[in-house]
Design a protein around this ligand. Sequence first.
Ligand SMILES: CC(C)(COP(=O)(O)OP(=O)(O)OC[C@H]1O[C@@H](n2cnc3c(N)ncnc32)[C@H](O)[C@@H]1OP(=O)(O)O)[C@@H](O)C(=O)NCCC(=O)NCCS
Length: 123
Amino acid sequence: MSIIGVGIDVAEIDRFEAALKRTPGLAERLFLRSELLLPTGERRGSASLAARFAAKEALAKALGAPAGLLWTDAEVFVEDSGRPRLRVTGTVAAKAAELGVRSWHVSLSHDAGVASAVVVAEG
Ligand SMILES: CC(C)(COP(=O)(O)OP(=O)(O)OC[C@H]1O[C@@H](n2cnc3c(N)ncnc32)[C@H](O)[C@@H]1OP(=O)(O)O)[C@@H](O)C(=O)NCCC(=O)NCCS
């Protein structure tokens, strides 16, 4: 086991929500349907979405922020316990494989108007 990379990011929740409202198609460019919707079918709240955006930025930093990563090639999903996990496909999975990443660790937080995430890439 070895740590290949670590990434951190913060996002201002109100600013992020305003960007999503202002920019048609942005939510779909950043997120999978499974991230946008809760299991009940309701839309996920803006604090949780901002944290998921921060997780994708943190993931990119953990890989050294290479060009060409697609936002929707990283998915934050939630275990039954409520613990968030990362799943990667396509461009992100290819870069991760190139660097020898075999598993991901993610932690999210949101409070006081700010959402944040930390990601660890393990080889
Ligand atoms: C490089 C990038 C991560 C910077 O993020 P940002 O939101 O503009 O800026 P932040 O304030 O969050 O982070 C800045 C820090 O990122 C770090 N950073 C810059 N380039 C980096 C790299 N290639 N790898 C890792 N960290 C990097 C630096 O430490 C910088 O701080 P510093 O300037 O004080 O040294 C961003 O421009 C980027 O490329 N994002 C990835 C987009 C992407 O790939 N999305 C799909 C993901 S699935």
